[in-house]
Design a protein around this ligand. Structure first.
Ligand SMILES: Nc1ncnc2c1ncn2[C@@H]1O[C@H](COP(=O)(O)OP(=O)(O)OP(=O)(O)O)[C@@H](O)[C@H]1O
Ligand SMILES: [Mg+2]
Length: 257
């Protein structure tokens, strides 16, 4: 099977991107798929959430060429997470410098696709990108590098505008830059089904994006506690509703890939 590349994006902060990236990667690995999570956010939270150290793996991925010795160098930064089938290329604040390099050298929109091509065989099932809450050269190139894009969005407020902006970017990349990927879905997060505002936000999303809106991830203390304990939701509380909700997302991704 060809490696599937999935980007988790939303320019809004704190909407559950990292939680979704880590949970999806962990869930796919538990299903026996080989998964490489790549942290394209300078905050480096994928590493800390998994109990590893932030480091400049993403910086080298984004700035080095594809000669054999450069690829070998980048691959040194692919870490075992201590979980079967689950690998991490961590990021840290140097990723910000990589963004400047990409933009100043006017690297093509295909730059990240080419950079990850060194990983996309050898039985690797999935590459998952966690991205930063901003727009810039990295986000656009990460989307272009992906087969599928997932947009987590919080139902704590009406969020159609930011999702619309991002989905416009996807359309632009498809039409103007020959991007071959597609939107996997909009993932409502922090959902509280007893609150009127949340129901309204959900309704708003459904009106805007129809069946692209995936089953929601509810707000849950267990999910908020995971990063502090360096655990995935499947390790912290495998029988919880949150684990089941992320498991459903994993099954959906497997179905579509
Ligand atoms: N469904 C949820 N219920 C409760 N807490 C959650 C949920 N999803 C994520 N969190 C917590 O909310 C905080 C923000 O989530 P997360 O880091 O995944 O968002 P993000 O979009 O990656 O943020 P940033 O834009 O800063 O990268 C984290 O502390 C996380 O543990
Ligand atoms: Mg994040």
């Amino acid at each position: 099977m060809k490696t599937k590349v999935i980007a988790i994006c939303n320019q809004k902060g704190g909407v559950g991107k990292t939680t979704t990236a880590v949970s999806l990667a962990a869930g796919l690995a538990l299903r026996g798929r080989e998964v490489l999570l790549i942290d394209l956010d300078p905050q480096g939270q994928c590493a800390t959430t998994l109990g590893l150290n932030p480091e400049p793996g993403a910086f080298y991925l984004l700035t080095m060429g594809s000669a054999a010795n450069e690829t070998a160098f980048v691959k040194q930064y692919v870490r075992q997470t201590g979980r079967e089938h689950f690998w991490l290329l961590a990021g840290n604040q140097t990723t910000m410098a990589a963004q400047t390099v990409l933009n100043s050298q006017e690297r093509p929109v295909s730059a990240i696709r080419e950079a990850v091509a060194r990983f996309t065989n050898n039985g690797l099932g999935y590459v998952i990108f966690d991205t930063a809450p901003s727009v810039g050269g990295i986000q656009e190139r990460a989307i272009w590098a992906s087969d599928m894009v997932l947009i987590p969005t919080s139902t704590e407020y009406l969020s159609t505008d930011s999702v619309r902006k991002l989905s416009d970017t996807l359309l632009y990349l498809q039409k103007e830059k020959s991007w071959k990927g597609a939107l996997l879905g909009v993932l409502p997060t922090f959902y509280h089904d007893q609150l009127r505002e949340h129901k309204a936000a959900m309704e708003d999303l459904r009106q805007g994006f129809g069946d692209r809106v995936l089953p929601a991830i509810h707000r849950a203390a267990a999910l908020a506690e995971c990063p502090g304990e360096s655990k995935t939701i499947f390790e912290k509380d495998p029988d919880s509703r949150s684990a089941q909700e992320y498991q459903a997302l994993v099954d959906l991704v497997i179905k579509y890939s």
